[in-house]
Design a protein around this ligand. Sequence first.
Ligand SMILES: [Ca+2]
Ligand SMILES: [Ca+2]
Length: 293
Amino acid sequence: MRLFSILAMATLMIHVLIPDSAAQTTVPAGKIFYSNEIWSPANSPYILSGSIRISASATLIIQPGVTVNCHGFDDADGGIYVDGRLEAQSCTFVGTISYFSQLISFRTGSSGFVDDCQLSFTTTIKKDGVRIESSNATVSNCILFNLNNALFVASGTPTIAGNSISALSRGLVNSTTSLVMAEQNWWSSPSGPFHATLNPSGTGCVVFGNVDFVPWLLSDPHVPYVCGDANGDAAVDISDAVYLIAYIFSGGPAPNPLAAGDANCDAAVDISDAVYLIGYIFSGGPAPCNSCK
Ligand SMILES: [Ca+2]
Ligand SMILES: [Ca+2]
């Protein structure tokens, strides 16, 4: 009993003497940044009580490691409205109340990027990830999941590439007639996104409208693999060529991820990859994926 008391006292003292290292910053609903602002990991997570705005004259830099929690309930539109510039690198955006229409909205004339970030909702009702309107913003190398529409383009010429995209409704909506470029994304299926006319056999998430999504990524870019290591044993050797030949001709198992078998980096896994591997192993040919690095 005495031991328990000492332990309890010690635990209490630890909590008193060592403050919670996870500091947090509450950003009030309706906040407008008129000058440049930096959000740092030391002050993360940033809790948004409602929508906020980055004015046309301002840049918000969100540093790597920061979490932005869209938690407001007094604003039916919500998210981070960007009229100026947003630079978000290697951070996390999470919606914890579904009143937000989207996590980030790049608006007319805005610029910036969201790179290597994670965007999702934890709520039962999911809303959108990033909305883009008359902006050249870039969304790259991100993981977008548990969202209604992961990406919604109302207008503009965004750059969308290298992302891992899944969505309840649609992975990408282009509501205009102008072409939106979205090549080299993972749409949650090696067969690519479903598009009613451009890729009706795709089993990935839905892409809607005038979008160039070809070529798409054959595997999730956030799952590491060795290019050419078709059988997943961390070495590239003749067994990988044999594995590929069995997959292509004999119904053998597919490389996992499929892109590991794409030795010549042409976004398809076929006999040319086995030939390429044999050339590399026996004839001094180029290394797998050497040409696309
Ligand atoms: Ca191997
Ligand atoms: Ca190939």
